[in-house]
Design a binder for this molecule. Structure first.
Ligand code: CNA
Length: 428
């Protein structure tokens, strides 16, 4: 039940089980704090979004007026999402590079909420932080790497969008700052064209085709329509295969000659981007692996500063067991079970904040920092939270805090083998 993206409706859960989630206490921050204090809640799963970094000075996406989407006019984008879209980036890399430079980690301090995440870890109750943010502030606040899932990627590494060659993200940043758009210097091996099927293979295909003609004659004789249909389809496929083989055989000598006369490798020259997940790209394997695993073990889900409008991240709501309480600390109510799309329809995994049948969901409709402060107040952790905040200081001006990244190293021109394709290797 816990790892499922479908949870039972409240009426399908016994009254006693539902009652036991809050043990008759009000659905509130103070009750949740009580359960953490008495050890009833030991494993807290956090799902965080851009709202937790707003107090650090990093705008979120969707807050009207201040969100990045409302402030992207300078880039003249067809849609705000285009800036994080691979096809658009391929033709217009500048908007993303400018934005990435603005969001580059190190220029911002973690917020109270980031320190709270670290405090959960220090208190031994943090199961995992799943964050959509790319600002690296969870790491800077000291949340251990193994307790962190950067679901939408990070600036820790960079790759070419064409050949997937790895590049030093610090070099990428330096070039962006110098006003150029970094391109991939990998050398791609151009393999010879694939040999066409040999004569023996084509002969076998032709024999199969002529045997079909005979089988069809027999099927006609007994008017077996099913057999005639099947044979007809097989005949079409075989004819196509033979035609393709003949075409490949005819074209091969010219292709081979062209390859022999031409260069055997080429500069990739694709654009490089930090490992920020774009729309349409898969999330890191760590997310897919840990979301169901952690979801099934969580005693409490805390959702912080997110509009829950990006899937599959928003699906974390449905990863925790049906009897696991869920706390949303966000300015607005989001992820509701009865909300109409857009942005999406949550159905039975959605939060039931206004549903009279709600037995487990709590909304602290406030800023994240205020919400976590209030929770810490109930927990008696205020002093520890303050101490973490005090202890965090930006280094003296001129140097920024170290952001974890893959070590800068000599990136040799790497030969990458690609499948031969004329279109792909046509130089622009
Ligand atoms: P979003 O869609 O902009 O939603 C943010 C939510 O947080 C909204 O519901 C706001 O009302 C709410 N909010 C804003 N400020 C606060 C605050 N101080 N306290 C409480 N709630 C607040 O952003 P999502 O994270 O939901 O969208 C996912 C995108 C945003 C991911 O792909 C991120 O990569 C991307 N993003 C990341 C950053 C960052 O790394 N800091 C910044 C902007 C966008």
């Amino acid at each position: 039940m816990g790892a499922s993206l479908s949870v039972p409706e409240p009426q399908d859960i016994s009254t006693e089980d539902r009652f036991n989630v809050f043990r008759g206490l009000p659905l509130s921050l103070s009750s949740l704090a009580q359960f953490i204090k008495d050890g009833h809640i030991k494993r807290i799963l956090v799902a965080a979004g851009a709202g937790i970094s707003v107090a650090a000075g990093i705008p979120d996406f969707r807050t009207p007026g201040t969100g990045l989407y409302d402030n992207l006019q300078n880039y003249d984008l067809p849609t705000p999402e285009s800036v994080f879209t691979l096809d658009y980036f391929r033709d217009h890399p500048q908007p993303f590079c400018t934005l990435a430079n603005e969001l580059w980690p190190g220029g911002f301090k973690p917020t109270t909420t980031h320190h709270f995440l670290r405090l959960l870890e220090l208190r031994g109750v943090l199961l995992r932080v799943f964050t959509q943010n790319i600002d690296g502030l969870e790491r800077l606040a000291g949340v251990s790497e193994e307790l962190l899932v950067e679901a939408h990627g990070s600036f820790a590494d960079a790759h070419c969008i064409e050949c997937a060659g790895q590049h030093c993200v610090l070099d990428w940043h330096e070039q962006i700052q110098a006003g150029s758009i970094p391109r991939c210097g990998c050398t791609l091996v151009i393999p010879p064209p694939t040999s066409p099927p040999d004569e023996e293979q084509v002969k076998i295909l032709r024999q199969e085709l002529s045997s079909i003609v005979q089988q069809k004659a027999k099927a006609w004789a007994v008017t077996n329509w099913q057999m005639l249909t099947d044979l007809g389809m097989k005949e079409v496929r075989l004819k196509e295969k033979i035609a393709e083989a003949e075409q490949q055989t005819a074209a091969f000598p010219a292709l081979l000659a062209e390859w022999e006369a031409g260069p055997k490798d080429k500069l990739c020259d694709g654009f490089i981007k930090p490992d920020i997940v774009f729309f349409g790209e898969g999330l890191p394997a760590r997310f897919s692996y840990l979301a169901p695993k952690d979801g099934g073990r969580a005693d409490l889900l805390i959702v912080l500063g997110t509009s829950l409008s990006v899937m599959p991240f928003a699906g974390l709501l449905g990863r925790v067991p049906a009897l696991c309480p869920r706390l949303l600390i966000n300015r607005q109510a989001v992820g509701l079970h009865d909300q109409e799309s857009p942005p999406m329809f949550f159905g039975n995994i959605g939060l039931r904040l206004t549903d009279p049948q709600n037995y487990r969901d709590v909304h602290a409709a406030m800023d994240c920092d205020d919400g976590v402060r209030e929770l810490c107040g109930h927990l008696g952790w205020t002093e520890e939270l303050n101490a973490l905040e005090r202890a965090y200081q930006l280094p003296a001006s001129g140097s920024r805090p170290e952001v974890p990244h893959r070590k800068r190293r000599q990136h040799k021109l790497k030969a990458v083998r690609l499948r031969f394709s004329h279109q792909r290797f046509t130089m622009p």
